[in-house]
Ligand binder design. Structure first.
Ligand code: ATP
Ligand code: MG
Length: 370
């Protein structure tokens, strides 16, 4: 549905600063109906990417096609302007017009857009969009007399009123307080899924990306660090950067000491300061090569059954914090330290030595340590 190839955007140097490569040759393919997140730290190029898709930035190289129609092809000097791309957009600040009512705000694109809608169709379209975001009763209210969450819905209704093929949202929930944000996450996902609109949203909040999106592209310094379903990024991070950005992770530097065949494939033995861990996940490193072993705090089990593929380690728990269903603590063994999150029902006595295990299928070996 949305196909991006080798997209590059540079900003020229300013007052002695170096040139910024905001997007550095990115490829993306987004499917029809997909809810897709662009995630990454501040300055990684998320907004520039979204603005390029929208037609508000002109890239320096690459192509963008929406629904099979090429809207940007730098080499062929093709650039379709924003208002001809059939998009709905919600900006980082919702830009709801304060001198208008809710109704007028939502009707605006239909009255002033380049695909103007006949007057008699406007009312039905606006009320339909307001119904979608559950704002019908407030149609005649002036926009300033709305809560943050309601303004956010007005912006959303305005973006979907002309039934766009593609919806672009820049940090759509960032102005809301924590509770409302939780609520809107589920609601927003439901809304775009009901409408069936392909949606790309930008966020720096990994919880938001993981909780809402079908797939996530994690960006770093203008490049794609990893693309995949939230579970892929969490359980099979491609690098230590991904592991650290998405959830908590222990990143233990070390090297591969052995690759051995077993019934299910190849398992890798990886030596770290905490001992040798076994991994049965895909690993591109050869014997002797350095990298890191990524272990999620929740991957660790207490008093594990002894079986092949279980790395076992005895040590002590420090600074345990009881969080209801989980206990978080630092597990120390010799020189090594592992952040662990244990099931609180596995009654552990923090003052006594404890044996933990890391199953080989929960151990991810990555190249590099950052
Ligand atoms: N108009 C501009 N002129 C010069 N540099 C720019 C311009 N717009 C963005 N940049 C730079 O390009 C890089 C990417 O910016 P972008 O706004 O895409 O980041 P972002 O991922 O959206 O960050 P945030 O999470 O802070 O919104 C940054 O280094 C930024 O400073
Ligand atoms: Mg931004």
């Amino acid at each position: 549905m949305l196909s991006i190839k080798s997209l590059t955007k540079r900003f020229p140097p300013r007052d002695g600063e170096a040139q910024v490569v905001a997007i550095d040759g990115i490829d993306l393919d987004i499917r029809q109906g997909e809810l897709f997140a662009l995630l990454g730290p501040s300055g990684c190029g998320k907004t520039t990417m979204l603005q390029s898709i929208a037609g508000l930035e002109s890239p320096d190289a690459g192509t963008i096609a929406i629904g099979g129609r090429v809207v940007v092809d730098v080499a062929a000097r093709r650039f379709i302007p924003a208002n001809e791309r059939g998009l709905g957009m919600v900006f980082q600040s919702y830009a709801v017009w304060p001198h208008m009512t809710v109704y007028e705000n939502v009707a605006f694109p239909l009255r002033h857009g380049n695909r103007r809608v006949p007057d008699d169709k406007i009312r039905a379209a606006v009320m339909g969009a307001l119904q979608r975001v559950r704002l019908e009763p407030l149609a005649e209210r002036p926009a300033p007399f709305l809560s943050g969450g309601q303004q956010q819905r007005v912006a959303l209704a305005r973006a979907i009123v002309h039934e766009p093929r593609l919806l672009l949202l820049d940090e759509p929930l960032s102005n809301l307080d924590a509770r409302l944000r939780d609520e809107m996450r589920t609601e927003l996902r439901q809304l775009v899924k009901d409408l069936g609109i392909t949606t790309v949203f930008v966020t720096h909040d990994q919880v938001e990306a993981m909780g809402m999106a079908d797939r996530v592209a994690l960006l770093n310094g203008g490049r794609v660090a990893q693309i995949g379903a939230p579970q892929d990024l969490y359980f099979r991070p491609a690098s230590a950067f991904v592991a650290n950005f998405v959830g908590q992770a222990n990143v233990l530097p070390g090297r591969v000491v052995e690759r051995r065949a077993y019934a299910g494939g190849v398992s890798v033995l990886f030596e770290t300061a905490m001992g040798v861990f076994e991994s049965t996940l895909e690993c591109s490193l050869r014997v002797g090569e350095a990298g890191a072993c990524v272990i999620r705090p929740g991957a660790v089990v207490v008093a594990p059954e002894s079986r092949p593929g279980m790395t076992v380690c005895t040590g002590t728990l420090h600074r345990p914090v009881f969080l209801g269903d989980r206990i978080e603590a630092d597990f120390r063994s010799g020189e090594g330290l592992l952040r662990v999150s244990l099931n609180a029902y596995d009654a552990v006595d923090p003052s006594a030595p404890v044996t933990i295990g890391v199953p080989a299928e929960r151990c991810v070996i990555v190249a590099g340590t950052s």
